[in-house]
Each structure stands twice: as structure tokens, then as C-alpha cells.
Ligand binder design. Structure first.
Ligand code: A3P
Length: 276
């Protein structure tokens, strides 16, 4: 299958045809925000940990029927977001960042289990791991940061960093949620102006733990056909840990990754719990 058969190009970015149509992307771009909360993630950063996905072609129609306040998720970079998000002062955004090295590893395994990305050689994460053995163009394996769906990770985080939402956006990391989920939940609830009891925080944290979500058929994708996601090849809730990249990156890959990403992030100041 060619790239054209697998992906839609929309506003210069690639989107998987399996999850999106031009209509679902337009729907998301024109979505009418009211008193809503949008959680924003780059793919494989913990999206399913947060809420329903706004621009997915199966969820778009459902999302439209929900009543505000709605809690939604998007992978859109900031410039594709509806203007309503910045104009409607009641809406809020939570941006979740994850170490891009762990994103690459998570993406790689995700590609192994999905039935919709059949030619894995066309996938940049696959190239990242295989290009050296296959003697492909050595520059290609960096393109995981350049070509994957939703654009570069670096562009994504930069676009959201330079938002005009003022205090209506908060930044949190996957790593922070892993470190202390109840504390992260307290920070999120206080940002949303909700005063939750310790008992409620504890209950939410239990339901949102990796093991609980992995065992829950409503979140673990066990109800979708194997042709779509084959859990014999990998599971959606794979490891859920911080730093699995250390088990995958060679020293050479690490040093090339670091120099590429540092160049991309030059002049940006992010306070992150990991070094790029
Ligand atoms: P791994 O592949 O590293 O295990 P997304 O939802 O954006 O596709 O991200 C999927 C990644 O988030 C997977 O990472 C998955 O295990 C992890 N994840 C999802 N829910 C989680 C949770 N409750 N706790 C820890 N990790 C979680």
C-alpha cells in the first residue's frame, strides 16, 4: 500500500485514513467550544488516559451530541484548533507531554499490533529501528520526528507552548502522572476549579491506574476486532512505564536523536522532568 492509500494529507500534515477523514478533521477544526475542557497530546503520550478523541472519524458525531461541559482529547497542533478555543473564555486546555524517546518506542509497538498500517516499512518509527539493518538511507531513521502522523513532536509541543490561552492552559507530563497520580489529579482538579475530596481523588487514581485501565474492556481495546488491533502482537496498554527507551536505543541512536532534537528545540525553554 502506498503512503497515499494509508494517509490523508491535511493542512500539510499526515493523518491515518483509518482514524480520520477530511470531514472528521474539518469537524474538529470547526468545533464549537463552550464550557469545555480539551486535553491535548502528541500520539502515544497517554491520550486514552485522558478522554474521548475529538477528531477521530468514529467519535466526531458522538462528541457533537454531548452536552457542555465536555472533556475531550485532541492530537491537533495549536494552529489547527478552532478559533473558538481561544475566544470562548470558559474553555480550558490541558497539554500532556511525554518524553519523545518513550513515544517512539510506544509508537513502534503500536505499529506492530495495528491492522491498518500494513506496510510497516512505510512507517517512520519502523524505519527508526530497521533502517540500519536494512541499509536504508541513514537519515531516514530520524524522520520519526519529521514525518509521523500529526507532524513533528517538536513542532507540536512548540505550537502549544506559544498559545494565546493565557491561564486557560496547563502543562503536565506523563512522567509527573506516573510519579504521583493523586498529586497530578489534584493539580488538574484545582486548575479546573474543582475541589475534590481525598477519597474522590483516590477513587479516580485507582480507576486510572495502568493495571485497572489495562483490565477494563472499556479502555483496553479488547472489544475491537483483532484485524484492527491484534493484542497477540502487542497490547495497547503495553508497559506504561517511564524510560523504556533505555531498553531500545543504541548509544549511536541516542546521540543522533539528542543532537537532532536539540537543534529543533533551540531557543525554547521547557521545564521537563527529562533531558532531551
Ligand atoms: P506504552 O506503549 O509505553 O506502554 P496513547 O493513549 O496516547 O496512544 O498512549 C499510549 C501509551 O500510554 C502507552 O504507552 C500506554 O501504556 C500508556 N498509558 C495509557 N494509560 C496509562 C496509564 N493509566 N498509566 C500509565 N501509562 C498509560
Amino acid at each position: 500500500m502506498s503512503r497515499e492509500e494509508l494517509y490523508i494529507q491535511y493542512h500539510g500534515l499526515f493523518f491515518s485514513k483509518e482514524a480520520h477523514s477530511v470531514n472528521s478533521l474539518k469537524f474538529a477544526q470547526e468545533f464549537s467550544f463552550e464550557n469545555d475542557v480539551i486535553a491535548v497530546t502528541y500520539p502515544k503520550s497517554g491520550t486514552v488516559w485522558m478522554a474521548p478523541w475529538l477528531e477521530n472519524n468514529r467519535l466526531a458525531m458522538v462528541v457533537d451530541k454531548l452536552k457542555s461541559p465536555r472533556v475531550l482529547v485532541t492530537h491537533f497542533p495549536y494552529h489547527l484548533m478552532p478559533r473558538a478555543l481561544s475566544c470562548i473564555c470558559l474553555s480550558q486546555a490541558i497539554y500532556v507531554m511525554r518524553n519523545p524517546k518513550d513515544i517512539i518506542v510506544s509508537f513502534y509497538y503500536f505499529h506492530q499490533m495495528t491492522g491498518f498500517w500494513k506496510i510497516r516499512e512505510h512507517l517512520t518509527t519502523y524505519l527508526f529501528f530497521c533502517s540500519l539493518q536494512k541499509k536504508m538511507n541513514k537519515t531516514l531513521w530520524f524522520n520519526v520526528l519529521l514525518l509521523v502522523v500529526f507532524g513533528k513532536w517538536t513542532d507540536h509541543v512548540k505550537s502549544w507552548k506559544h498559545n494565546n490561552l493565557g491561564d486557560r492552559i496547563m502543562f503536565i507530563t506523563y512522567e509527573e502522572m506516573k510519579e504521583d497520580l493523586p498529586a497530578a489529579l489534584r493539580r488538574i482538579s484545582s486548575f479546573l476549579g474543582k475541589n475534590l475530596s481525598d477519597e474522590t481523588i483516590h477513587t479516580i487514581a485507582e480507576h486510572c491506574s495502568f493495571n485497572a485501565m489495562k483490565d477494563n474492556p472499556m479502555s483496553n481495546f479488547s472489544l475491537v476486532p483483532k484485524t484492527y488491533m491484534d493484542s497477540d502482537k502487542s497490547t495497547f496498554f503495553r508497559k506504561g512505564v517511564v524510560g523504556d527507551w533505555k531498553n531500545h536505543f543504541t548509544p549511536e541512536q541516542l546521540s543522533r536523536f539528542t543532537s537532532t532534537i536539540n537543534k529543533e528545540m533551540e531557543g525554547e525553554s521547557f521545564s521537563l522532568p527529562w533531558s532531551l
